[in-house]
Design a protein. Structure first.
Length: 299
């Protein structure tokens, strides 16, 4: 067997290290879009696929249209298909209309509804831009900030409803729940939106060299059940953590919770219990936000 000369070993070690660096660099070049498309196509958890679909819509990269259309036609979960339809609408690409028209005949009502809404959004781009979630007149006020204790700045980003219970009326409570929940995370300066970070706050952020993040929130499920006189309302949410500057996906947080009480407690019982379950689900999702933000800050 041929022996290696001692003077050859340093060269081989250096070559191996160089190859490892190249492999690591190649992996680092995978974009957020590619990662999300992979999750949408291959994840075994429908919740991850739903969140990936919605995140692709927020990226609004026209290159994602083909991946979204494939999922719209083939995914076996209606929540995922509905989320895909939402995101195709946000691309504002008329080439997606044939796929959305087919989805408007989907067996699931939530998918049909979102497909029809997406077609309208594509056909009315100006109206769609105006309707993009941002700072609403009813958005919750930004809590007071003690800058000496702040380690992370987090703005609430896009809020959307991908549940089978349609309509925008859950988006306001969800935004408020996320903002309130962030205020309870140690070391976080929360803002209702990126545009709410004014000149004074920006000066503090720059002076203290604080990292800035954004969290988008999706109401994933709203489930109502009644048995033996007991009404139960269950909500599930997905939160996506982004780097504010690069818009790279840094993490995904999920949470769910159930509110229960005897049935027949007033006409507003369903809405009241849904809000309670929604708030608890957001708190559940944010229970690991401190750790996620710490990891993201160290990247």
């Amino acid at each position: 067997m041929r022996r290696l000369f001692p003077r050859t070993l340093p060269f081989l070690v250096a070559l191996c290290l160089a190859l490892l660096v190249l492999v690591g660099a190649a992996g680092a070049r995978v974009s957020s879009r590619e990662y999300l498309e992979q999750q949408l196509a291959t994840s075994n958890d429908f919740r991850n696929r739903t969140q990936a679909a919605l995140a692709l819509g927020r990226l609004a990269d026209p290159r994602s249209r083909a991946a979204l259309e494939r999922s719209l036609a083939s995914d076996d979960n209606p929540a995922v298909r509905a989320a895909v339809a939402v995101s195709l609408g946000k691309l504002h690409d008329r080439r997606a209309i044939p796929a959305l028209r087919r989805a408007s005949r989907d067996e699931a009502a939530s998918v049909r509804r979102q497909a029809e809404a997406a077609i309208l959004e594509i056909n009315s781009p100006a109206q769609a831009v105006a309707a993009t979630p941002g700072v609403s007149p009813t958005a919750a006020p930004t809590p007071a900030i003690n800058w000496r204790s702040v380690r992370h700045v987090v703005a609430v980003g896009e809020i959307s409803n991908a549940s089978s219970v349609g309509g925008p009326h859950f988006e306001g409570p969800l935004r408020t729940a996320v903002l309130t929940g962030l205020a309870g995370v140690e070391g976080v300066a929360p803002f209702a939106s990126s545009s709410d970070i004014g000149q004074d706050a920006t000066q503090e952020i720059n002076r203290r060299r604080l990292p800035r993040f954004r969290i988008d929130a999706v109401l994933r499920t709203v489930e109502r059940s009644e048995q033996n006189g007991q009404l139960r309302m269950r909500c599930g949410v997905n939160l996506t953590l982004y780097d504010e500057t690069s818009r790279n996906v840094l993490g995904m947080l999920t949470g769910s919770a159930t509110a229960a009480e005897p049935a027949g407690q007033g006409r507003d019982q369903d809405a009241r219990m849904t809000t309670a379950a929604l708030n608890a689900a957001v708190r559940s999702a944010l229970s690991t936000a401190g750790t996620a933000l710490q990891r993201a800050s160290q990247r």
